[in-house]
Design a binder for this molecule. Structure first.
Ligand code: SAM
Length: 192
C-alpha cells in the first residue's frame, strides 16, 4: 500500500492529512466514517485510519470520492508511531486536536501553525489517547477548539475551516462524476 509522504509544500499550498487514532470496531464505524467525510469535504488531502483496518469505511470513502471527486487519499492499518515518524522525517508538522490544548480562539496557535508553512498531520482521537501524544516528540502543537469536551468531527471541521479561512467551501472537486447546483429549494444534481 502506498503511504503518505510529507515534504515542503509546493506553491505555498500546505497539505493536511488526518490521522484517526483509537478507532474501535463496531462502536466507532459511523463516527470514523464521518470524520473521514468531513476531512474530504473540507479539503484535507487524505486520511489515515491508524493501527486498524476497516474495509467498510474504506469502501464508503472510495465510493464518495469516485462520484464527487477530489484527490482524497485513504490509508489504513499503519501504526501511528510509524506514520508520525515518517511525517516528521519528511519535514511535516504534527497538530494534536485535544480539549487540553492551546485555545484556537484565545491563543496565537493557529497563526504559528500557518507560519510554519509546512504540511500538517492532524491527530484526532476517539478513546483516550496515549500520553505521548502531548509530548514534544509527537506533537508540535496541541490545539483545543475551545476547552470543553465535544466531538472529533466538530473539532476537525472547525480547525479546517479556520485553517483554510472558509476558502475550502467553494473549491471545485477535480475528477468528479457529479456535482450539485446550489439552489433555494429542491435538488439539482448534474453529471459531467
Ligand atoms: C470525544 S473525544 C474523547 C476523548 C477521551 N474521552 C479522553 O478522555 O481523551 C475524542 C477526540 O475528540 C477531539 N476533541 C474533543 N473535544 C475537543 C476540543 N475541545 N478541542 C479539540 N479536540 C477535541 C480530540 O481529538 C479527542 O481525542
Amino acid at each position: 500500500m502506498e503511504t503518505f509522504n510529507s515534504s515542503q509544500p509546493a506553491n505555498n499550498q500546505s497539505r493536511i492529512v488526518i490521522l484517526r487514532w483509537g478507532h474501535r470496531a463496531q462502536r466507532d464505524v459511523r463516527l470514523t466514517t464521518h470524520v473521514a467525510l468531513t476531512a474530504r469535504a473540507l479539503r484535507a488531502s487524505g486520511f489515515i485510519l491508524s493501527d486498524v483496518t476497516d474495509l467498510h469505511i474504506e469502501e464508503t470513502i472510495t465510493k464518495i470520492t469516485q462520484v464527487w471527486g477530489g484527490d482524497f487519499r485513504f490509508e489504513m492499518g499503519t501504526p501511528w508511531k510509524t506514520a508520525v515518524r515518517d511525517w516528521k522525517k519528511k519535514g511535516g508538522v504534527i497538530v494534536h486536536l485535544t480539549v487540553y490544548g492551546e485555545n484556537i480562539q484565545t491563543s496565537d496557535v493557529m497563526q504559528r501553525i500557518k507560519m510554519a508553512n509546512k504540511d500538517v498531520m492532524l491527530l484526532v482521537g476517539s478513546q483516550k489517547v496515549p500520553g505521548e501524544f502531548y509530548s514534544e516528540e509527537v506533537s508540535d502543537f496541541n490545539v483545543a477548539v475551545g476547552n470543553q469536551p465535544h466531538s472529533e468531527c466538530s473539532a476537525l471541521a472547525i480547525f479546517l475551516d479556520r485553517y483554510f479561512e472558509g476558502k475550502e467551501l467553494d473549491k471545485r472537486f477535480e475528477k468528479a462524476n457529479k456535482f450539485i447546483i446550489p439552489k433555494e429549494r429542491g435538488k439539482t444534481v448534474k453529471e459531467y
